[in-house]
Each structure stands twice: as structure tokens, then as C-alpha cells.
Design a protein around this ligand. Structure first.
Ligand SMILES: [Zn+2]
Length: 67
């Protein structure tokens, strides 16, 4: 039984790390998290621009986070 989990990013073997469930080592998890935050930020910027554009055109815009 091969239960070795490897980091998806650098391929290192992961042993007891709380980030194992994400398939990443601690360092790579942190890197990934920062990238995700950055990507999310950039995505939100795009959505914001899209929404403003939609409002300006008077069209209904699908708001992802609308409750
Ligand atoms: Zn890694």
C-alpha cells in the first residue's frame, strides 16, 4: 500500500502537515494561497469592471455573490 502523498507543486513527499489534505506542503501551500489571493483579487477586479459596465449599459448583470 502506497500512501505517500506528494506535493502537487514541488513533488516532495508530505508527511504530517495540516496542508496535506490540499496536496501541498506547507511552503507550497502558502505560495499557492498567495497566488490564489492574487488571482481572486484580479478576478474580482474584472468582475467589478464587468458589473460597472453592465450597470452603465442598464443591463442586468449576474452577480456571483448576490444573496
Ligand atoms: Zn511543495
Amino acid at each position: 500500500m502506497d500512501d505517500v502523498i506528494r506535493c502537487e507543486r514541488c513533488g516532495r513527499k508530505l508527511r504530517s502537515s495540516p496542508t496535506m489534505e490540499f496536496g501541498l506542503g506547507k511552503v507550497c501551500y502558502e505560495k499557492n494561497r498567495l497566488e490564489l489571493v492574487k488571482a481572486e483579487y484580479e478576478r474580482n477586479q474584472q468582475i467589478l469592471e464587468f458589473e460597472v459596465d453592465g450597470i452603465q449599459r442598464g443591463k442586468g448583470t449576474c452577480l456571483e455573490s448576490a444573496i
